[in-house]
Design a protein around this ligand. Structure first.
Ligand SMILES: *[C@@H]1O[C@H](CO)[C@@H](O)[C@H](O)[C@H]1NC(C)=O
Ligand SMILES: *[C@@H]1O[C@H](CO)[C@@H](O)[C@H](O)[C@H]1NC(C)=O
Ligand SMILES: *[C@@H]1O[C@H](CO)[C@@H](O)[C@H](O)[C@H]1NC(C)=O
Ligand SMILES: *[C@@H]1O[C@H](CO)[C@@H](O)[C@H](O)[C@H]1NC(C)=O
Length: 418
């Protein structure tokens, strides 16, 4: 077919896509030009950013063309519609994709090319690179790349873990920030080198993040892969995350989170917390993590809460069928976050309950494979281990438990805490 002849020069490629686009435009259902099997909905209208003046040369600022495209699909079309971003490099400053769309028709953003963030951090007025706000029904697909061009900003990054309230701690812009969205799918795209987090999901409902490649150097600071707070029903499936901070972090109000078939590492593993820093934080409840592989991460599976400070809770959390390769702290509950050792503060007020580890196997690079440092005021309840096999090299591992008495089932290495 016509597209097959287009393999050579980029500008010819773009021309071919333009032709294919016109064809699809004339009869959307007849012959999809799409490269990723994503079929157009009946009557779906395609808005090509290049037709609105975007220049995929990696230099021209395409922000206005993208905003015009968004205005059309979200605020000016009464049929399902999509923004097509063909192959090429699109330089973008900072955008809010503002909803709610009216009338509320499904919107797709199909990214085939690469979006490049400006390196000028002063342009990030809303604090993020690409923000999706109050949208119901959105798909972001297409095999393309979001490149946050974060390298320059990393050198100014403060360590926010030690002192998140501190005046010096300012979060760098996330590449993709979802605020108050619902029924959203992000699939088959890449995020590389964000300034801050790759993907941030907050105050949202029913969000699926799948088949994503999320990449940044191991040394890049605070480049969390996927961060979730105050959100219900987030499905995170078949992703590959190699980054400088947590692969996935779940903060207050993360509920009914399902993580499946994640490949994580390098990075800081999968974390819940840190909880209890602020007043009136919402609970983390219902997190199921299964069939994941962690390689060369500094932590594996962790739950953190701040000593002293405020009440909160984390409950109904299960980790099942997890492989570890050379992980540093494979299983850790730390209620003396950023205070251990010799923590002199009052015990944490956060309740941790019903946490299950099942079929967790592999190798560690430290002899203590399980560390449960629970609060004296709120001993962790209902922590269970079944079929655990974590080795330090070829040797045995140990477990330490404080203010909790876990239940054990099947083979367990490290052996039960005494
Ligand atoms: C929005 O739609 C109206 C009516 O179809 C049209 O007149 C107007 O030019 C459109 N505006 C934009 C920004 O596309
Ligand atoms: C969640 O969102 C997806 C994608 O929009 C949608 O297909 C699905 O029906 C939604 N699920 C529920 C329970 O609303
Ligand atoms: C993990 O994947 C394996 C193989 O695909 C499957 O047999 C197993 O049931 C999965 N585990 C869970 C908890 O789904
Ligand atoms: C935890 O899960 C159990 C069993 O699935 C359920 O009965 C209970 O209501 C859940 N608790 C919370 C706080 O979600």
């Amino acid at each position: 077919m016509a597209i097959a002849k287009c393999a050579a020069a980029i500008h010819i490629l773009i021309l071919c896509f333009a032709l294919a686009y016109n064809h699809a435009h004339a009869d959307p259902i007849a012959k999809p030009y799409n490269v990723d099997q994503d079929v157009l909905l009946p009557g779906e209208k395609v808005i090509n950013v290049n037709d609105l003046g975007a220049k995929p040369d990696g230099m021209t600022d395409c922000t206005l063309a993208f905003m015009d495209a968004w205005r059309m699909v979200c605020h000016n079309l009464t049929v399902p519609s999509r923004i097509l971003i063909p192959p090429g490099r699109y330089f973008i400053s900072s955008i809010i994709f503002q909803g709610p769309c009216s009338p509320p028709t499904p919107v797709t953003i199909q990214v085939q090319g690469t979006l490049l963030a400006t390196t000028d951090i002063s342009e990030f007025e809303n604090g993020e690179w690409l923000m999706f706000d109050k949208i119901n029904g959105l798909k972001i697909i297409g095999g393309g790349t979001f490149d946050g061009q974060g390298r320059q900003s990393w050198q100014y990054t403060q360590n926010c873990d030690a002192n998140p309230d501190g005046p010096a701690c300012q979060r760098n812009p996330s590449s993709l920030y979802f605020n108050e969205v619902s029924n959203v799918v992000v699939e088959n795209i890449r995020s590389v080198n964000p300034k801050g987090f790759h993907i941030f999901v907050t105050k949202s409902l029913n969000v699926t993040l799948s088949k994503l490649k999320i990449l940044a150097p191991e040394t890049s600071p605070n480049t969390n892969g996927i961060h979730i707070s105050l959100s219900d029903r987030v499905i995170i499936s078949r992703n590959i995350i190699a980054t400088g901070d947590d692969c996935i972090s779940m903060a207050q109000g993360a509920q009914n989170i399902f993580i499946d078939k994640l490949k994580c590492g390098p990075g800081h593993g999968i974390s819940i917390g840190s909880l209890g820093l602020y007043q009136n934080e919402e609970e983390v409840r219902g997190v199921r993590i299964q069939n994941c592989t962690l390689s060369s991460t500094t932590s594996g599976l962790r739950i953190d809460s701040w000593p002293d400070r405020y009440p909160c809770a984390a409950s109904n959390i299960s980790f099942r069928d997890i492989m570890m390769h050379d992980v540093k702290n494979p299983i850790i509950i730390d209620q003396e976050y950023e205070c251990y050792p010799n923590c002199q503060k009052k015990p944490s007020l956060v309740k941790i309950e019903n946490v299950h580890f099942a079929n967790v196997r592999g190798t560690t690079v430290s002899p203590v494979a399980v560390e449960l440092r629970c609060s004296k005021l709120n001993p962790c309840k209902g922590v269970t281990f079944s079929d655990i096999d974590l080795k330090f090299g070829a040797g045995p591992t140990t477990a330490r438990c404080q203010n909790t008495i876990p239940l054990y089932n099947g083979f367990v290495m490290p052996p039960a805490c005494v």
